[in-house]
Structure formats: C-alpha cells, structure tokens
Design a protein around this ligand. Structure first.
Ligand code: NIG
Length: 385
C-alpha cells in the first residue's frame, strides 16, 4: 500500500540543503519514504492524502525522558514555585513510589505518556531507568522501558540511595546492576552534579558501560559547574544533557568534540534554572538537541512543541534551528542522524516518521505558542494520531 501526500504548504526535510520546499509532494509505503519531489511530477499511489496547504516536517525525536516511574511530585512542584530550590534529593520520593509499583503499572504509565507525546508529533523516543536504584528495580524498569521506548538508557547512577554506602553502590551499578539491565539498554548515563556523582565517579560508571558496549550520555552542569560537560566531551559521549552552567572552556571542549549538547527548556522553566547559552553554543559550532526531559520531578511534560516554542522565544534560537535541534540534532545525539536507520529527517529510503501541522509553516510553532498545532502523525508510515 502506497500513499501520496499532496497539498503540502511547506515541507521541511532536514536533508543537507536545509531548505523548506513549497512545491513538494511525497510518497510513503512499507514504512519508508519512497519518493519526494515537485508535486506536479508526483507518481500515482494506492491512496492520496491532501493536507490542505499545511506544513509537513519530520516527527519529533525526544532523546531525554524518564517515563518509568511511580507516584506524583506536584506538592514538591508547588513548593518550588513558592520559592524552594530544586535539589537532587527529590529523586528519592520517586524511587520509593517506583519500587512500590508493579511492572504492569510502570509500563501502563510510560505507555500513556508515550501516547501523549505521539499525539503531539513525537515519533521516536528515548527513556531511562533511574528510579529503581537496586538491582531488581532497575532491571524491572529497564524491561518496562524497552516495551515502550525506541531507545533505553541505564541511569543507575542517578543518585546514591540513602540506605547505601557510596562505594558499595558504585560497585553495584558497575557490576550486578549493569549486567541485569544490559539486555534492554543501548546507552549508559550518570548524573554528574553536587548531591549525585562527581566527575571521577561519573567517569568510572561511563567507562564500565562503554566496555560493555553501551553509548554514553551524561546529565551535566544542570545545577552548577559540575565538570560533567567537559568529561562528556573528553570521553566523546553521544550527548551531554542540561548544560545550564557553562564556562567558555566547556563550550570550547564541546566545539572540539562530537558530543551533542541536549537542552531541556521545559525543565529549566520548572526548576527556575537559567537557560543554557544556546546561541553561544551554536555560534561555536556545537550541535544541539532539544528534548522534554519528561519526568515527575523537574519537567512533567511530553510536549516537544512547547520545548521548541520556548527555545525560540526564550533561548534565542531561530525557528529553523529549534526544529532542527528537535529532530535531526536529536537524532545525532543518539547516533541515528545518518544511514538506513536514520530518524529526524525525511529522505528517500528513510523512515516515514512525519507530522502535519495545523499551520502553513513551522514558524507557527513559536508564533502561536501553546496552541495544539499537531494535525496528523505517521510513524513508520502508519497514522498514529
Ligand atoms: O534530568 N537531573 C536529574 N534527573 C532528572 C530529574 C530527576 C528528578 O528530580 O526526579 C532530570 O532533571
């Protein structure tokens, strides 16, 4: 079954030209894009969908979420909005609720959030463990995550649980816990921050993960100058996420590396942290990604359109830069921006992961912030909206 999509007001493909096309049509079939070209030359297909002058673009690639959790932290959120500072210790509240939940409950919560994300245009999604923090609960979280997400990251090194000795916990994370989650995960991550793990502890966790065949991600410089960003760049991590506090040397280190800086604007709003210096990162030549960081503590949203709008309105990105960061830049941070498995861009032979906006142009994502603009979504060529 092939489908010809016509009536496209503006097509953003994120091919290497970076252009937005105004005369294009595309054909999808078997989950892939079979043809892109001028509408006047479109081949026949089994079915035709006219999108009525709307904008078409790749589906969002959300590379930083923590969807496997139990409980709710709205009281902590309210206290924060009343002036209390965010601290990593709040994670313990979610750890207790996650350990108390069944695997079925964890999968159901994560699935519900994934569906919510899909309805807003997300077609590829990473999620993490990190609210189990003992071997059985992390393994259960990883299994649940693998049922829901496209890519799973092991975040045993989220914090040291209060009942454990630091050294014993690091031995657990880098030993039996890693072995237990390994069948389900593709990346390893660590929260490099005061109150969580220091640079040398983070290095130890990441190197053991790399030796086990995992890609590297880091939570770095979220609450202060933690050293996580420079470590990520030094180790050639796929991504360093948060990046709120950056010294010039951090930006230089990123610019000299292949590490993507993943920025999380919804989290910055919800924790009242300063936004990362996105403009300086781009001007230095650093690749950036945007993600929701959906989690019950610091960023309880699945909305990539909200993140794109905030990045434009508050962080100084152009609309084109923000959309690239939420699609192809995000794919780069997962090592999925090129080749047959690529996501976040539309090209012949690539995955038919795309969305139609209820708007003539991607500019409306920031021009009309907060308005639900997702008209329809195809994931692997199948409508999911
Ligand atoms: O990315 N920073 C560390 N982890 C999560 C928040 C965890 C929580 O407070 O539950 C984040 O913001």
């Amino acid at each position: 079954m092939t489908e010809l999509i016509t009536g496209i007001g503006e097509l953003t493909t994120h091919d290497d030209s970076g252009e937005r096309r105004h005369d294009a049509a595309l054909v999808i079939g078997d989950g892939h894009i079979l043809w892109i070209g001028p509408a006047a030359q479109a081949p026949a297909a089994d079915r035709q969908t006219d999108v009525g002058g709307r904008a078409v673009l790749p589906g969002w690639v959300d590379t930083h979420t923590h969807l496997v959790f139990g409980g709710d932290r709205s009281a902590e959120f309210e206290a924060r909005m009343a002036g209390q500072a965010y601290a990593a210790g709040g994670i313990n509240t979610t750890v207790a609720a996650t350990r108390a939940a069944s695997e079925g409950e964890l999968v159901a919560t994560a699935r519900g959030l994934r569906r919510e994300a899909e309805a807003q245009g997300t077609t590829f999604l990473e999620t993490k463990t990190g609210y189990g923090l003992d071997v059985a609960s992390e393994a259960r979280s990883a299994r649940a995550a693998a049922q829901v997400a496209d890519v799973v990251t092991f975040l045993g090194a989220h914090i040291v649980p209060p009942d454990m000795d630091r050294r014993d916990y690091l031995d657990l994370v880098t030993g039996p816990m890693l072995s237990a989650v390994l069948p389900y995960v593709q990346f390893i991550d660590a929260f490099c921050e005061q109150g969580a793990f220091d640079v040398e502890e983070t290095r130890e966790v990441l190197l053991v993960g790399r030796a086990a065949g995992l890609g590297l991600r880091v939570h770095g410089n979220q609450l202060g100058f933690s050293g996580g960003v420079r470590l990520a760049a030094e180790l050639g991590a796929h991504s360093v996420d948060h990046c709120n506090y950056l010294e010039p040397a951090d930006i230089d280190a990123l610019a000299a590396s292949t590490t993507v800086a993943t920025l999380l604007p919804a989290c910055d709003l919800s924790t009242r942290q300063p936004f990362p210096p996105a403009r300086r990162l781009l001007d230095a030549g650093v690749s950036i990604a945007l993600a929701t960081n959906c989690n019950p503590g610091t960023s309880y949203t699945t909305s990539m359109p909200f993140c794109v709008a905030t990045a434009v309105l508050q962080m100084g990105l152009t609309v084109g830069e923000a959309v690239w960061a939420a699609t192809r830049g995000a794919a780069r941070s997962l090592g999925r921006d090129q080749g047959a498995d690529a996501v976040g861009s539309l090209f012949v032979g690539g995955r038919a992961d795309l969305q139609v906006l209820n708007a003539p142009s991607i500019s409306h994502l920031a021009y009309r912030p907060g308005v639900p603009l997702t008209a329809s979504v195809w994931r692997r060529g199948v409508r999911v909206d």
